[in-house]
Design a protein around this ligand. Structure first.
Ligand code: GDP
Length: 200
């Protein structure tokens, strides 16, 4: 898929403010600093569609972008930033969980994970929660240029091993680098196939 147009639509602090759910949407979520803005900009082929965060954890809104007038790309707030207060974290988790549960046109969620890290308990818990709630999702391993292929393979295998304990079939895995432009084709192909299948 070629991205011909990418327009910012709205920043929402509540699910009710999001655009009418008339088009399929694909949302990106991950810990602050995981490389989400960089990945979104790489996918869209724009330098600063999503703001690369100077202050981690700053974006607390749901940002909608309309791509090719056909589907929405959604930038969800980064989670797990330690400097936020507990009450802020709770409000914030509520925003994310209510978006994920309520958004009827959510075709797929992409969970971003830093490929340098071994599986973290919180991320695994979030993945289990997605499964329990039957949310379609894929896992995107970011910043692969920063890690040797042997470390990356071992981290990916650790994820597979953990997930196999409770999942019959594993979600799609994507390996990406915004610096090297890796993974763009695969993610856009996954999105265009999903958009097509929804039309059938
Ligand atoms: P966000 O907080 O998840 O939106 O993360 P950003 O996209 O703002 O990236 C956080 C930091 O990681 C920035 O300094 C980026 O330049 C850097 N970064 C993001 N993606 C990559 C990548 O693929 N490779 C490398 N080497 N650095 C990256």
């Amino acid at each position: 898929m070629k991205i011909k147009t990418a327009e910012f639509v709205i920043s929402s602090s509540k699910v009710e403010q999001c655009p009418a759910p008339g088009k399929p949407e694909f949302a990106f979520i991950g810990r602050s600093n995981v490389g989400k803005s960089s990945l979104i900009n790489m996918l869209a082929g724009r330098k600063s569609l999503a703001k690369i965060s100077s202050t981690p954890g700053k974006t607390k809104l749901i940002n909608h972008f309309l791509i090719n007038n056909e589907w929405y790309l959604v930038d969800l707030p980064g989670y797990g930033y330690a400097r936020t207060s507990k009450s802020e974290r709770i409000a914030f988790n509520q925003l994310i969980t209510s978006y994920i549960i309520k958004r009827e046109n959510l075709a797929s969620l992409f969970l971003l994970i830093d490929s340098r890290h071994k599986p973290l308990k919180n991320d695994l818990q979030f993945i289990q929660w997605l499964g329990v709630n039957q949310v379609p999702f894929g896992i995107v391993f970011t910043k692969t240029d920063k890690v040797s292929s042997s470390v990356m393979d071992s981290n990916l295998s650790a994820y597979r091993k953990e997930l196999k304990k409770t999942w019959d079939s594993l979600p799609a895995f994507f390996t990406t680098s915004a610096v090297k432009g890796i993974g763009k084709v695969e993610i856009l192909e996954f999105i265009s196939n999903t958009v097509l299948s929804l039309k059938l």
